[in-house]
Design a protein around this ligand. Structure first.
Ligand code: PLP
Length: 476
């Protein structure tokens, strides 16, 4: 016992304080920078010393080992690697080789370069956000956006909020706070664990009334619930799963009719929000993804969808529908807390202008989703060629399938030739981790215990970035 205490004391005496450590030859140059940088480095030094102290307390670190660590420069190495991690944080540009075009983890739809320019223009300067340029009078910030939405969807009015979850929250809170919202059991979707309709309802002060069974819901189920004083009848597009087999759901027109005859507001959360694009090819490879225009035409009072899924614009939640309903949403103080900033609005306007100009085909998300296996074949072949030329690597093109992502078009897989990569020594997981931590970072896919590089979501310049990342990987 006493001997253990003695050994511990010896190690403690050897453990430097933060000040002392910061004067070590290996650490001193790191703390010479600006004040904030110095604080960061000292914090990292303190963190490592505290971990070592805890090891001493636990009897896992003796004086001899500690001396070895200090002499071997382990403290400096620890600080350097943590510093690299700290600096590597934030929104780095990455290469998306997962094939998932609308990858929520990687930022969903990349915007069109012209849209990006419009967003940059709004960001660096002033803009007529809430003033009418001609009359000088106060104006709504999304008034012009509303006009564009009306033209594209056939709705009487439209507004935008921060994201579609916000749009749904606004609908629930406006029409069903303190009352019930009726949703089919088959449509109680859970998207990526973070968007649960029942939880959003609870927070919005709305009680949830589930009707029907998981696979079948009938009109009478909604009628009964509406007769009971419900505030909102809601339909949710089951965008990340599909109920198959013996199923039945109430179609939007039928729900709209129940709403009208019972005097209850109706809402349809479309999730993805596929806009009809005049003059461009349909995205029919996505299967039966509902069109916003059709949802509006069904007579539903308000239709909600995301800006950064199939629409292909910046993150936003769009609400279109009857004017009186949109006005009520706008008057809700919650709208003020959910509204979009000028940069997003500029991006949304520019995206919708591309649709109106018949140029929707140019939107990166739509272009990537539509690319055929034959078009992607040469890209995969080029990638396989440069990877295979590197020391220790093998690569071949194999048939694969990409998913659209973001729960858009459930059960839809797009045929894509993918590059299957092998390394003589490193496992697929090791390769994937090294690629993510590399420069530029690359996100690949692991499939059947193999590393796959899927060319579907590669953007302009990404082939070169991929080559740079692999050269670094091969040399490191
Ligand atoms: C994605 C999705 C949402 C959430 O949209 P965000 O824009 O991510 O907030 C809501 N409802 C459905 C049906 C969705 O697919």
């Amino acid at each position: 016992m006493a001997a253990a205490e003695e050994r511990r004391g010896e190690a403690f005496r050897l453990l430097p304080g933060v000040d002392e450590a910061s004067r070590l030859d290996s650490i001193a140059p790191l703390v010479e920078g600006a004040e904030a940088e110095r604080e960061l480095v000292l914090g990292l030094v303190r963190g490592i010393l505290e971990e070592w102290r805890a090891e001493i307390v636990a009897g896992q670190l003796d004086a001899e080992t500690l001396a070895g660590r200090l002499e071997g420069g382990e403290l400096a190495r620890g600080v350097a690697s943590r510093l690299a991690r700290e600096r590597g944080g934030g929104l780095w540009r990455v290469v998306n080789a997962t094939g998932v075009v609308l990858h929520t983890g990687l930022g969903r739809a990349p915007v069109h370069p012209e849209v990006a320019s419009a967003m940059a223009r709004a960001a660096v300067g002033y803009c007529v956000l809430e003033v009418d340029r001609f009359s000088g009078a106060r104006n709504e910030r999304d008034a012009h956006l509303g006009t564009l939405l009306e033209r594209l969807t056939g709705a009487e009015a439209g507004i935008a909020v921060n994201n579609n979850a916000g749009a749904v929250l606004l609908c629930l809170q406006t029409f069903a706070a303190g009352r019930a919202a009726v949703v089919s059991r088959g449509e109680l979707v859970e998207i990526g664990g973070s968007f649960r309709v029942p939880e959003i309802m609870a927070r919005a002060g709305v009680s949830l009334r589930e009707v029907g069974t998981t696979n079948r819901t009938r009109a009478a189920d909604y009628e009964r619930a509406a007769g009971d004083g419900a505030g909102l009848l809601m339909k949710v597009h089951t965008s990340n799963y599909r109920v198959v087999g013996f199923t039945g759901e109430v179609d939007p027109a039928e729900l709209a009719e129940i709403g009208r005859s019972s005097g209850t507001t109706t809402a349809f959360d479309l999730g993805s929000g596929l806009l009809e694009a005049a003059g461009s090819a349909p995205l029919d490879m996505l299967g039966a993804e509902p069109l916003v225009r059709d949802a509006v035409a069904s007579g539903i009072d308000v239709v909600t969808f995301s800006g950064d899924k199939l629409l292909g614009g910046p993150q936003a939640g769009l609400l279109v529908g009857r004017r009186a309903v949109i006005d009520a949403l706008r008057r809700n103080p919650i709208y003020r807390a959910l509204r979009c900033d000028k940069v997003t609005l500029a991006g949304l306007e520019a995206t919708l202008e591309l649709y109106l100009a018949g140029r929707a085909d140019e939107l990166p998300a739509r272009r990537l989703l539509r690319a055929s296996a034959a078009e992607l074949e040469p890209v995969a072949a080029r990638v396989a060629r440069f990877v295979a030329a590197l020391e220790g690597f093998e690569a071949e093109v194999v048939p694969g399938r990409s998913q659209p992502g973001s729960g858009s078009a459930p059960g839809v897989f797009l045929d894509t030739p993918v590059v299957c990569v092998r390394h003589t020594e490193r496992s697929p997981d090791e390769l994937a981790a090294a690629l993510r931590a590399g420069d530029p970072p690359v996100f690949a896919r692991i499939h059947d215990e193999r590393l796959h590089l899927d060319p579907r979501a590669l953007l302009e310049g990404d082939e070169e970035r991929l080559a740079t990342a692999f050269e670094l990987l091969a040399s490191g």
